[in-house]
Write a protein that binds this ligand. Sequence first.
Ligand SMILES: [Zn+2]
Length: 451
Amino acid sequence: MKDKVLIKAARVVCPGSGVDAEMDVLLEGEIIKDIKANIEVSQDMTTINASGFILTPGFIDLHCHLREPGFEYKETVASGSNAAAKGGFTTICAMPNTNPVMDNASSIQSLLDKAEGQPARVLPIGSATKNSDGKELTEMAEMVEAGAIGFSDDGNPIASDLLMRHALEYSSVLAVPIIDHCEVPGLFTNGQINEGWVASRLGLQGIPAAAEEQMVNRNIGLAKLTGGWVHLAHISTKESVESIRQAKKAGVKITAEATPHHLTLTEEAVLHGPGSGGMFEPLTEDAYDTMAKVNPPLRTNVDVEALIDGLSDGTIDIIATDHAPHAATEKLCPMQEASFGISNLETALASALSLVHNKKLSLNRMIESITSSPALILESSSLKIGRLSKGFSADLTLFDLNTDWLVNADQFVSKGKNSPLHGQKLKGKVIATIYKGQIVYSELNEDLVSV
Ligand SMILES: [Zn+2]
């Protein structure tokens, strides 16, 4: 491949620069050199005929779990980065719940070293407290200097109000968010799925919506008190969305994310998909799908609709995957023993596009929520990403809006094959991913590329 790459005639959708039009994009080295209606082909360029495809900035995921160090049997930085590339993501942010926990500057540096040469940019999220045990804050300034883009004890909330207050006070000086997994742990015991009729029907203990909502409200209160920035991870309930909407109206500095699964699936996925069993119908033999066990749990249709509305109007800022790969044995077991989490870097685009195909979300807002909106949250990193403009990083995703495909989790590049979407038909597929000017993933027909 040549140093210059010209992508011809794609429908360029770049919400960050307000573009939705057929255009040519020229890359040179690691940056975007030019973007306009017609760029002349010349001998020194690799040319891609992208007519009929949609070209966007490379997707940015603010929340994933790469499991390295400590849980390499679930995922590694390499396998996770390759899964990202296949899913159209060129920037992914890794949560610190590894072993050891990423709670100091050298562990941040070590992740960045491992990410060197991978097909996606990996940005570290540092642990907010030492060993993520919620007792003592980490050395945040040193970690930001080493490259941390935010702090979180994800998997757990920062339960102590005082510690959260202090975390917000420090982070406000550092201009990075405290990313909180909103859950009041004391409100339930041994919860497996959403507290509702499916849990009752299956005889499982539930996780109530209030466990999230109460922590969302606490976090809003502390953001107001401190002026610090809380980013609310994987929001799942209607009341949470409403609280965030009101807080934003009042000028509180908060941002929020929703995952592809919370935006598209309900608790009925545990019964192996909606429509596979009503409240009073006999259970099918599949009615116990541990692949749909995730924290926060999949909720109800009312919650899903509220999340989509929240994403549409900007109350929810971004879509983040919460990609949580696990080994087969951690899911092929009784519900109470199964791990929480869904492997979804490779299905995220198609899940999100289902909202577009169902006319619940505009294509522009959907793309914005995985490109320029997360780029805003990463502003402190001063990376030029999330937009197709001259001088920005040559990170791009090319996809087909209408290709139907069957999810086969066994073919995931991710080590985590844990997907409740296995066997389902989705619409919309990544065709090529370009990271820093290099094609890192491609399903392009050879005749569309001239080298
Ligand atoms: Zn979480």
